[in-house]
Design a protein around this ligand. Structure first.
Ligand code: AMP
Ligand code: GLY
Length: 416
């Protein structure tokens, strides 16, 4: 089989790496990919948002299966375009991808189908939003409606902070904002493969969304994960699948927008059970780097089985993984481009590239999140110490990372 991966970050690096390991796969193409993937497959010089060019490439090059990484490309309708041409692709249609591209759309569906989540209201003007805020308790969560790469969310621990977030959000013309009940608890990521009818959940990971140690600083796309998450046992996973993933999938099917692809729930384990923080319409990054290295079953076979509605049993490496993100100094505010990175050859960890480039034979930073360093360990501690040993050997003047990935056993937003 010839497989095309669409995207250029760490998630796509691990998707391509995993596809390459499949017995079914003869060739991997990545569009556009990044320099870290050059030994895995052929890098195709088509930017991911060029969905028509990508479809033409897939047709001309007899691509048997395309897997889409980024939400932005799904929101552009890449799946609709490929399917119109009879090309096999794993991902949701533009309409189904709205569970991520519109917070309001996702919340409405959750409410309609009884999927547990925090109470909320959506606003299109500051005045009404401020009036509603007056009736709510603090902490409170302010979310801009559209795609913000994990950065359009403010968990406000004071009224002033909430007002400021609303003012900033409504400075953007035609913006919509969701004001949402604050959920306290233990946050985890669940990613399942969905075919519109059924879901096959993967193992759980826990992300670290804040930029700095001890969950301080602004929200980011994610600064590191570990997997599995001991606290989230089989009972909680089943509860999540039965109460969150399955009703959402069934509801979407009923509404004529079946969801196919990676269905990603950001979930809070609260004192009153599991509650949805958000849905994403694709694999998480760095969740992919934490979860997929643990999957022993042939990944491409699993996707094909899910697409054909065949029963699949997944086998997992029992070891823990820890994935630590190395990011540009000012991420998420801005990113550094062109700072030299030196990676020793004999690292024990796997290095997935998120935002790198090569200029004048030199590896350089090329984005907000730059590298994802992933280690295995028979204990979480071992995985962690291996990852950090290697990180401390990687040299770059303009990068930072969190020192506490895998250390936080209880997620609690309070008192920030
Ligand atoms: P989101 O982009 O919706 O995943 O939000 C980013 C992060 O903000 C989440 O991963 C949570 O850590 C936090 N967050 C979002 N919504 C809530 C909520 N209702 N209660 C508490 N924390 C939240
Ligand atoms: N790491 C969270 C995300 O991919 O949205």
């Amino acid at each position: 089989m010839r497989v095309l991966i669409v995207g250029k970050g760490g998630r796509e690096h691990v998707l391509a790496w995993k596809a390459k390991q499949s017995k079914l796969v003869t060739e991997v193409f990545i569009a556009p990919g990044n320099i870290g993937m050059k030994d895995i497959g052929t890098l195709v010089e088509i930017r991911e948002e060029k969905i028509f060019e990508l479809a033409e490439f897939a047709q001309k090059n007899s691509i048997d299966l395309t897997i889409v990484g980024p939400e932005s490309v799904l929101a552009l309708g890449i799946v609709d375009e490929f399917e119109k041409r009879g090309l096999k692709i794993f991902g949701p249609t533009k309409e189904a991808a709205k569970i991520e591209s519109s917070k309001d759309f996702a919340k409405k569906l959750m409410k309609k189908y009884g999927v547990p989540t925090g109470s909320y209201q959506t606003f299109d003007n500051l005045l009404e939003a401020l009036k509603y805020l007056d009736t709510q308790t603090i902490p409170i969560v302010i979310k801009e409606d559209g795609l913000k790469a994990g950065k359009g969310v403010t968990v406000a621990f004071s009224k002033e902070e909430a007002i400021e977030a609303l003012e900033i959000a409504f400075d953007i013309p035609n913006n919509k904002v969701v004001i949402e009940e604050y959920l306290d608890g233990f946050e985890f990521s669940i990613i399942a493969l969905a075919n519109g009818e059924t879901v096959v959940p993967l193992e759980i990971a826990q992300d670290h969304k804040r930029a700095y140690d001890n969950d301080l600083g602004p929200n980011t796309g994610g600064m590191g994960v570990y997997s599995p998450v001991d606290k989230i046992d089989e009972i909680i996973v089943n509860e999540t699948v039965e109460k969150i993933l399955k009703p959402m999938l069934a509801g979407m099917k009923q509404d004529g927008i079946p969801f196919k692809g990676f269905l990603f729930g950001g979930v809070m384990l609260t004192d009153s059970g599991v509650k949805t923080i958000e849905f994403n319409a694709r694999f998480g990054d760095p969740e992919a780097e934490g979860i997929l290295p643990r999957l022993k079953t042939d990944f491409i076979q699993v996707i094909l089985d899910v697409l054909e509605n065949k029963k699949t049993k997944l086998e997992w490496d029992e070891r823990y993984t820890v994935a630590v993100v190395m990011a540009s100094k000012n991420y998420p505010k801005s990113s550094t481009i062109g700072s030299k990175i030196e990676i020793p050859k004999n690292l024990e960890s796997m290095v997935f590239h998120m935002g790198t480039r090569v200029e004048n034979d030199e590896l350089q930073t090329n984005g907000g999140r730059v590298l994802s360093i992933v280690s295995y360990g028979t204990t979480l501690e071992e995985a962690k110490s291996k990852a950090y040993n290697d990180i401390n050997r990687i040299k770059c003047k303009e990068m930072f990372f969190r020192n506490d990935i895998g250390s936080k056993m209880c997620y609690n937003n309070k008192n920030k």
